[in-house]
Design a binder for this molecule. Sequence first.
Ligand code: FDP
Length: 345
Amino acid sequence: MTGQLRLDDYLQRYSETAPHALAVAAAVDAIASGSIEIADLTSTGLFADASGLTTGRNSDGDLQRDLDVQADAIIRRCLARLPIAALASEEMREPQIVDREGRICVAIDPLDGSSNIDINMTVGTIFSILPAPDDLGLAFHQRGTAQLAAGFVTYGPQTSLVLTLGEGVDIFTYDRAAKCFRLARRGVQISETSDEFAINASNRRHWDPPVRAFIDECLAGIDGPANRDFNMRWIGSLVAEAYRILTRGGVFLYPSDARPGYGDGRLRLTYEAHPVAFIMEQAGGAATTGRERILDLAAHNLHQRVPLIMGSHHEVRRVEELHCDPLLVASVSAPLFARRGFFRL
Ligand code: FDP
């Protein structure tokens, strides 16, 4: 145990450290209290009139569930009392300018992985906190490197808050008896290399050659160029995949693919890839599109999608190498290796 440090005491200490820190601490505190309500809702489900049933589509065409809508309302209510300059959510068509005097902007995915609700799997809330630029129209067009803080809450067997304030990653777990988050892991570090990968393999025939080559290497295990065996996991919930990587390493891929609408992958840059990439890097891991560092990108529009490959440094770099070197891809797909491939078509 790292002791009994409560989230509010931790945020109180941080709030005195920098000009933006008080506003950031207040936003994290508000999101954390909203997340406790969402944890109650997701765990009570049917009995709270929150079944996870589909209610329609959000502004960008994704299926929307009643819990998506309720989680969005909860987080927005909790943030409403704060002087935030601009707010963006997966469930909003456009960002909202809230308080022109505010020092920070907040982007949220109120309920990530919501297609997992009806099967009782881990879902979560993701957030990114940015400085307020002079022109608030540019609030959510900043590079990921501009983030002041980022985090996510997982609603699973435990309710846990993963948080970076730009100096490492700490994890807090909700203590139901005491009704507060307590520090559970300080200075989380992702292992440099790992033997676990996560990808939705049903899309293999749509992948680009570098992604196919990387997964073929993993599947070939000790018989292939990686020269070691891999394990595979796919939860289908970004927060749960990220939490697993923070706990025992691994690499997660949601690449671009050839399906209509998936040319930039599936995940959203502003409120999914940016915050999760910030956390990965702060924990010693990496996050890339395959060709570019995620944190170097700036969104052109709020709901912009981006390919995301993240996790242990060594495996993420290998995916990048394969994207940059067609000869390497060809050598992985060479006939000798092909005979040993598992997924060869
Ligand atoms: P969901 O649509 O359920 O919110 O954020 C999008 C996301 O979940 C991720 O959490 C998850 O990793 C991904 O979509 C799963 O996509 P596929 O169903 O295409 O595998």
